[in-house]
Design a protein around this ligand. Sequence first.
Ligand SMILES: C[S@@+](CC[C@H](N)C(=O)[O-])C[C@H]1O[C@@H](n2cnc3c(N)ncnc32)[C@H](O)[C@@H]1O
Length: 247
Amino acid sequence: MVYSVTSTVKRGVVALGSAALSLIITLPTLAAENPGYIEDQSRRTTGIGKFYMGREISFVMGHQAAGWLNRPGRIQEEMPDEVVANMKLEPTHVVADIGAGSGYFSFRIAKLVPEGKVLAVDIQQEMLDIVEATKAKEDVTNIEGVKGAIDNPNLPMNSIDAAIMVDAYHEFSHPFEMINGIYNALRPGGRIFLLEYRGEDASVPIRPLHKMTQEQVIKEMGVFGLEWTETLDFLPWQHMMVFTKTE
Ligand SMILES: C[S@@+](CC[C@H](N)C(=O)[O-])C[C@H]1O[C@@H](n2cnc3c(N)ncnc32)[C@H](O)[C@@H]1O
């Protein structure tokens, strides 16, 4: 079966003012058009048989594998401390970790924003429960768990300075709606950090649908007019791509 969805999100600011009262209603600014999804089980490889801009979407990693996210070898494979250092955060920043899982990155980021906070967003309550248990154990107070929906990160508009997605975006079943929600939640000048295993590199030992090429990521972020600011290539297996909301 094949279907496609097209929707347009209008963004703009409406200002109503008087001497006594000034009211600003913030509506979404700019237009982003959903390129649509194609569902075609006959083309399915190892993913969900749903395609976005030519890419088959992967399955969601179940919470049962949360322990694997904390495996010791990940320090060498994904260099998490270097990743968060390279985000160049300020102590007051509010950072959304989208698809936070067990909080492997959330807890590292929280140390860098002592006067700000981390919003750890995930669709699996079991993952958010793990984050809460670790918060209590490590006495961390500047992480808030947010229960997202598959098509909505559930973040207020203009509320975050940065969003990070590590090994997560490729499994979002509704990537257009997710980036739209993140875009709206970002403050002007806010940045998106997108980390995925390098799809261009056959030697990276990860299944194909768990990797992405830079070309594909740039194409998908381009739907929103997000500026590709840079790609940091210090990681053994992943791209660390940075996009900026310029307006
Ligand atoms: C492979 S794990 C990575 C977790 C974490 N980023 C890390 O690097 O340790 C991907 C996570 O994304 C979450 N996820 C999948 N789709 C999501 C969505 N639409 N919104 C928020 N989280 C999502 C999954 O529940 C899972 O916890």
